[in-house]
Write a protein that binds this ligand. Structure first.
Ligand code: HPA
Length: 249
């Protein structure tokens, strides 16, 4: 059985949200952020959901991550590629570049972070030593190499609550904790995907230097860097889905 890929579209990736009307579903965790759509990328038919809703309006802490992932799984997804924008903390990368992180630090709070909420009598303590699917990460990195795209292999993604950006001191603390990137959406998404038996990896667009790390206002950095990082991510996805065998035709 081939993989059925799904994209979770973050800020700046709206071009992958598909044109057709998608299906509005209700899950046992409530309504997803947006309808699930089918998008043709390369030779593949890929499922897609807009994480922040359509139009883009749901802040990171208010996203119904459980409904989004359950709806994708119920629609047949087996492998989820999450597109996220992040700021960079360490010097491994710079604004305008892309990366496939391999670790996560979770600073979020008050989000519905498990499917085991005692309502269905199930409980499982998933092993989260490797929060992202290694096979999916390696396939993405192989696509980057094939396309001649510079995509960083690894790094620690710190997930903050948002929607505000961090203070410089908070970023200093994240750095002391070992974080390379900071964003707002990979958790609880990665853990929920694992609980639901889905392969999951993040393709991160680095759109700014984190608070206290850049030379000017963060939003200027975001404005200057987003289109470059987005173009790299888009090319990587085109290559990934052009590969034969990577998904249902
Ligand atoms: N902090 C948190 N989330 C982000 C950032 C940031 O600097 N940039 C893009 N998403």
């Amino acid at each position: 059985m081939p993989e059925q890929y799904a994209l979770i579209i973050g800020s700046g990736f709206e071009q992958f949200s598909g044109n057709a009307d998608g299906e509005c579903v209700e899950t046992r965790f409530g309504r997803p952020s947006a309808p699930i759509k089918e998008v043709d990328i390369g030779a593949q038919c890929v499922l897609s959901i807009a994480r922040h809703g359509e139009p883009h309006s749901i802040p990171p802490h208010a996203i119904n991550y459980r409904a989004n992932l359950l709806a994708l799984r119920d629609a047949g997804a087996t492998s989820v590629l999450a597109l996220n924008t992040v700021g960079v903390i360490s010097t491994i990368r710079d604004s305008g570049q892309i990366a496939i992180p391999d670790q996560v630090l979770d600073y979020t709070w008050g989000r519905q972070h498990t499917i085991h909420d005692a309502n269905d009598g199930s409980l499982e303590h998933i092993e989260f030593t490797e929060p992202f699917s290694q096979s999916l990460r390696q396939s993405l990195l192989a696509a980057a190499v094939a396309a001649g795209i510079d995509c960083y292999d690894g790094g620690v993604y710190a997930v903050t609550q948002g929607p505000r950006l961090e203070s410089a001191a908070e970023v200093d603390r994240l750095e002391r904790d070992g974080a390379d990137y900071v964003g707002m959406t990979a958790m609880p998404e990665a853990a929920l995907a694992m609980e639901l038996g889905l392969d999951y990896a993040c393709l991160t667009m680095i759109v700014n230097r984190a608070a206290g790390r850049g030379d000017g206002p963060i939003h200027d950095d975001v404005e200057a860097s987003t289109s470059t990082a987005r173009a790299l991510a888009e090319s990587l996805l085109q290559q990934f889905f052009a590969n034969s065998g990577s998904g249902r035709q």
